[in-house]
Design a protein around this ligand. Structure first.
Ligand SMILES: Cc1ncc(COP(=O)(O)O)c(C=O)c1O
Length: 359
């Protein structure tokens, strides 16, 4: 395996424990959780494993600034800001969407962590987020994104900085190696604890986490199958993109194994009403897990992943009496955003007793 520079922003190994009450309540599987929401700095989350490789590369090549992009509440942006801060780099996060009136969730944290945030007001291009945008809309979107990125890069270069561009979600061959390593970590932890698992489950967004776990499982001959739960609707192209970028990891690190279509087991049973849109079913799953296990999930990513997993166990799509491990990838700052707080308000805030002091 080829060696590359790497920093250590993530606190590893992350803990694993049994979700005892939820497993007993369902009675059809033993569910363990891998706490990648506890990777340490910037409140933690899956992206730090990827950033350890990406920031290592940026520092190695003499860059002074990292620039990344994402949705309006990008967790990846927040963790890039945290890792950049720890290793003395400047950070810019470009967000898809207009600047919200008020700071919230990840945006506050990214600012506290010292990063610049830039918004792209896409009002005129909103259809890019429709189901079937025309090629012209897609092309206009990409050229606008590129022009914003170039403006930001020029601004930093004029100050003498050298800007390293990190694609959305840290979805690069380098970043994905973080989740190849995660498989080795899990296998070592399982061996040490005398624990056997049949399935490893993770959410699938930009695909690096799932792709890395698939590649790691092949590389280390893992005795478990890796299942992904889509966080947003995906098509064939998305799977092909994951295969291409993940196999880029294999080439880069000279791993000698590749993933292909047959390795994929993806479910799409918990999408709710759309990417980051508040929906009742996801919230019910969040409340259920929190009230049984004391574990917080989020309405955009992990609430959907846990909801999807519980459904697979309950409806026996995953056969009975298996040992399952789910990776908690973080994202809890998403709870503190206007749309999700509004959606939770009536469910959590109406039946509150107030006792007034009177003399
Ligand atoms: C909390 C959380 N979980 C899961 C994911 C999906 O990870 P990936 O992009 O590697 O598929 C993301 C991506 O942004 C995330 O923020």
């Amino acid at each position: 395996m080829k060696k590359v520079s790497k920093v250590q922003s993530a606190l590893l190994p992350t803990p694993i424990h049994k979700m005892k009450r939820i497993s007993e309540e369902i009675g059809k599987a033993t569910i363990y959780i891998k706490r990648d929401d506890l990777t340490g700095i910037g409140i933690g989350g899956n992206k730090l494993r990827k950033l350890d490789y990406i920031i290592g590369d940026a520092i190695d090549k003499g860059y002074t600034t990292v620039l990344t992009s994402g949705g309006r509440q990008t967790n990846h942006g927040r963790l890039t800001a945290a890792a950049a801060a720890k290793f003395g780099l400047k950070c810019v996060v470009i967000c898809n969407g207009p600047k919200p009136e008020k700071m919230s969730g990840n945006l506050v944290l990214s600012r506290i962590l010292g990063s610049e945030i830039v918004f792209m007001d896409l009002k005129e291009l909103e259809q890019v987020f429709d189901k079937n945008p025309s090629q012209e809309i897609i092309d206009n979107y990409h050229s606008f994104v590129e022009s914003v990125q170039q403006k930001v890069i020029k601004k930093y270069e004029a100050q003498g900085d050298k800007v390293y561009v990190i694609p959305m979600g840290g979805h690069t061959p380098l970043g994905i190696m973080g989740y190849v390593d995660c498989v080795k970590e899990i296998m070592e932890q399982n061996d040490a604890a005398g624990r056997k698992i049949d399935y490893l489950v993770a959410g699938n967004g930009s695909g690096g986490t799932y792709g890395g776990l698939l590649l790691g499982a092949k590389l280390y001959n893992a005795p478990f199958k890796v299942i992904g739960i889509n966080i947003a609707g995906k098509d064939e192209r998305a799977t092909e993109d994951i295969i291409e970028v993940t196999n880029g990891t294999s080439d880069l690190f000279e791993l000698g194994v590749k993933i292909n279509k047959e390795d994929f087991t993806l479910y799409e049973n918990s999408l709710g009403t759309g990417y980051n849109q508040p929906d009742e079913e996801t919230r019910k799953a969040m409340y259920r897990i929190a009230s049984r296990e004391g574990i917080l999930t989020d309405p955009c990513y992990t609430g959907k992943v846990f909801n999807g997993l519980l459904k697979l166990v309950e409806d026996e799509t995953i056969e009975k009496d298996k040992n399952i491990m789910v990776v908690h990838t973080g994202g809890t700052p998403g709870i503190w955003t206007e749309e999700h707080l509004d959606a939770m308000h009536d469910e959590l805030w109406n039946d509150i007793d107030v006792y007034e002091y009177k003399k």
